[in-house]
Design a protein around this ligand. Structure first.
Ligand code: CDP
Ligand code: MG
Length: 746
């Protein structure tokens, strides 16, 4: 690749490969965009670092799934390999080599030919946990023994990328990889010739390299290599005063740059998909009027504007669009979350607009609940963001905050481990036989956070904390093996006990809850919102949001069945479905994402002995020629229809009682009671909160399908969101009589 040849990392190729050959661990630090992620695995492959026998691989972990998939596809393209996104099991891929693959939750695109594997930290941890108990017993007697003794067997090199981000999973991977490396080294030194060493490469964008080197040093020093990049000057502008509405300010800044500055793409750092989509809408409106405006102002020609969102929930093809070269006389505007801060480099960027904000999960030990909050970034993030403008030439950065506000930012971000809920991580460690209190954390979390996690797990029935040493229960082992949040795993298993019908409802619900975003389009315009709510009225269930979402999913399946039966061409059927989604203000992409997860989860349920009621029928059809946007996982999911689609009849409503009972199982921390003032407070205490206006049970939705706020005494909620106030989102009603059994079980 032409572009790759001038990447700064190329100058260091020989040295990098040599150091990795000579050492167990190497730390590689380099400016974002210098080519670490895309080039280093290729160097190692080309230089033959993999043992010739066995099916060894180079693994590269990423904190985010969009980064894992898009970088894998990029590397595959550079190597002339098959596109991993189109890689299906047992399918020939035009005879292109299948050396590059990726594995993210619910989407594994690897084969036995894979030599370079991009995966999320979370997936690597799953691999260390080993296959599910049933699968294990099926293969061979000592499979589990094998995989326990020799985890990550296929990995000869493990590259832990974006280590500076210090996500909780990355921190776990650092500790686990160190442990595995030492175990292997120990076995080799004891004369075991069947074991290969594990080489670890830690890659990071900022200079905290010493800490990583110290963490991995084992008697001998760990070399740190620096890739010197060429960073051009970036002129930074601040606002005079703090802006009230940053999205509005961002849109205006983009338009100002667009009409007054030389060509060059703009990168906007925003908080999340909702804000990004809202900004994209306004920008599109402005962009449509550009010509007329230009004429009015006497400009010869105002360049066209291409708006490209970039956030986690986008499918692979939509996120690939941000990398496409910008056409002539056009300016690309990328609206991104902080994913563009270091993990993904977008070529052509010359202007950065920085909101100075980031959306993060924050766990508060006081309230025992994790909330999604919009917070100021750190100074180092702010500098990173500005740096994105100076990669290819001098650039400009427009901060939507004052110089004083910058001075007041904290210098470094807080590692996720100090501000997140740890029960999932703690459960996984126990399942590996590791005590989280003595685990070799890169930066140990506060003991109180670990205790809190153990409490949550005890509530779920996953651990027995009454004994002197905390012990995982058999239920805990089963929960750990399911690749969903422990509370969702608990819901699945509780539902399974109630029979296949409830199990299939739970599986579908967990698929919906595990998707990257909500099923329903959130409409900000009040008029349009009313229209959307009316169209969705059909799905509303008086119990609340969970069953309402389930109804919507099943209605979609019904619509899908209808579309494919009544249209002769798949394209026409897809068009009908698209219209159906628009009418009901449902995110079609999300539904397809949910269906892909559901397909995986069905398989997982089978592996774990969870029997689900529906019979999956696959239309024999030639329709699998790809969704209209080429999203790879869409085609055959679009053809799955279930008998349960017929459930959307009124009399089916009663049958959800058991599902709703399971929803609260082991989740007392997410159960709340109504207060006399109409707000809610968790059974376990803490601050009171209100229902989010989008909730089916919200007082403003009175009258919708028999929903009555007054009868809601107890609720179970999925998340609390903190804006100016605290709101619960995704809420369903619990019958007070059920609470007794929940409390008794706890
Ligand atoms: O990891 P690091 O930040 O050092 O760089 P990288 O991700 O390997 O990116 C190297 C170069 O590849 C950058 O100039 C990116 O713009 C480019 N790239 C691209 O054009 N398309 C992609 N899908 C990924 C990277
Ligand atoms: Mg990188």
């Amino acid at each position: 690749m032409e572009a790759a040849r001038v990447l700064p990392v190329w100058a260091g190729k020989e040295k990098i490969v040599q150091r990795i050959r000579e050492n167990d661990t190497v730390i590689l630090v380099g400016e974002t965009g210098s080519g670490k992620t895309t080039q280093v695995p290729q160097f190692l492959l080309q230089e033959g670092i993999l043992p010739s026998e066995g099916q060894h691989m180079i693994g590269i972990t990423q904190p985010r799934r969009v980064a894992a998939t898009s970088l894998a596809r990029r590397v595959a393209a550079e190597l002339g390999c098959a596109d991993p996104a189109t890689l299906k099991e047992k399918q020939d891929n035009d005879n292109l080599p299948e050396w590059v693959g990726y594995s993210v939750r619910f989407d594994d695109r690897t084969s036995r030919h894979t030599r370079i594997k991009f995966l999320t930290d979370g997936m690597l941890i799953r691999e260390i946990l080993g296959p599910s108990p049933r699968k294990r017993s099926k293969t061979s007697e000592n499979y589990s023994k094998d995989s326990m003794e020799y985890p990550l067997k296929r990995y000869a090199v493990l590259i832990i990328d974006e280590a500076h981000e210090r996500s909780l999973r990355t921190d776990m991977v650092l500790g686990l990889a160190k442990r595995i490396q030492r175990d292997r080294r120990g076995r080799i030194e004891a004369g075991d010739a069947s074991v290969y060493p594990l080489k670890i490469v830690v890659m990071s964008a900022t200079i905290d390299a010493e800490r990583f080197a110290q963490f991995f040093s084992h008697g001998q020093p760990v070399p740190i290599l620096y890739v010197t990049g060429r960073q051009h000057g970036v002129r930074v502008y601040h606002t005079e005063s703090n802006c009230q509405d940053w999205t509005d300010a961002a849109v205006r800044t983009v338009m100002q740059i667009h009409v007054s500055k030389p060509l060059g793409d703009i990168l906007v750092f925003a908080t999340g998909q909702e804000e990004i989509e809202a900004m994209a809408q306004s920008l599109k409106l402005y962009a449509a009027q550009l010509d007329a405006w230009g004429e009015e102002q006497g400009h010869e020609s105002v360049p066209a504007m291409l708006i490209r969102p970039l956030y986690a929930a986008l499918g692979p093809s939509a996120s690939a669009a941000v990398f496409a070269p910008t056409p002539e006389n056009t300016r690309k505007v990328v609206l991104a979350t902080n994913i563009a801060e270091t993990s993904i480099t977008i070529p052509g960027v010359r202007y950065v607009v920085d909101s100075g904000l980031v959306k993060e999960k924050v766990f508060s030990p006081q309230t025992h609940v994790e909330t999604l909050q919009v917070l100021p970034v750190s100074q180092s993030s702010s500098l990173q963001r500005a740096g994105r403008a100076g990669r290819e030439g001098p650039g400009e950065c427009y901060r939507l905050y004052t110089r004083e506000a910058f001075q007041e930012l904290q210098p470094q971000p807080t590692s996720e481990i100090h501000r997140t809920e740890l029960s999932g991580a703690v459960l996984q460690l126990y399942a590996m036989g590791i005590d989280p209190f003595t685990f070799d954390w890169m930066e140990p979390p506060a003991t109180s956070l670990l205790h809190e996690a153990v409490l949550q797990l005890a509530e779920l029935g996953a651990v027995d904390s009454r004994k002197e040493a905390v012990q995982l229960t058999p239920l805990g082992h089963r929960l750990a093996a399911l690749p969903v949040m422990p509370s969702y795993a608990r819901l699945l298993l509780a539902a399974a006990e109630r029979g296949p019908e409830v199990a299939s409802q739970a599986r579908d619900l967990v698929s919906i809850l595990s998707a990257d975003r909500g099923l329903f389009v959130e409409v900000s315009d009040p008029e349009k919102r009313e229209a959307a709510e009316n169209a969705r009225e059909l799905f509303v269930d008086s119990s609340g949001d969970h069953v309402t979402m389930l109804n919507a999913l099943r209605a979609y399946l019904l619509a899908q069945q209808h579309a494919f039966q009544s249209h002769s061409t798949p394209a026409a059927a897809r068009q009908e479905l698209k219209m159906w989604c628009q009418t009901h203000a449902i995110h079609e992409r999300t539904v397809r994402n949910v269906l892909a997860i559901r397909k995986q989860l069905s398989r997982i349920c089978v592996q774990h002995g969870v029997e689900c009621a529906d019979h999956v029928v696959r239309h024999a059809t030639s329709a699998s020629s790809g969704g209209e946007d080429g999203d790879s996982d869409s085609e055959d999911d679009a053809l799955i229809v279930t008998r349960n689609a017929a459930c959307l009849s009124k009399d089916a409503e009663n049958s959800y009682t058991e599902l709703l009972q399971c929803l609260g199982m082991g989740r007392l921390s997410h159960v709340a009671l109504r207060q006399s003032d109409g707000s809610f407070r968790r059974i376990a205490g803490g601050q009171s909160f209100k229902l989010h206006p989008t909730c089916v049970l919200h007082p403003s939705r009175h009258g919708a399908r028999g929903v009555s706020h007054d009868t809601v005494q107890a609720i179970v909620f999925e998340e609390l969101v903190m804006t100016s106030q605290t709101f619960a989102r995704t809420v369903s009603k619990l019958e007070p009589v059920w609470l007794q059994s929940l409390l008794a079980a706890a």
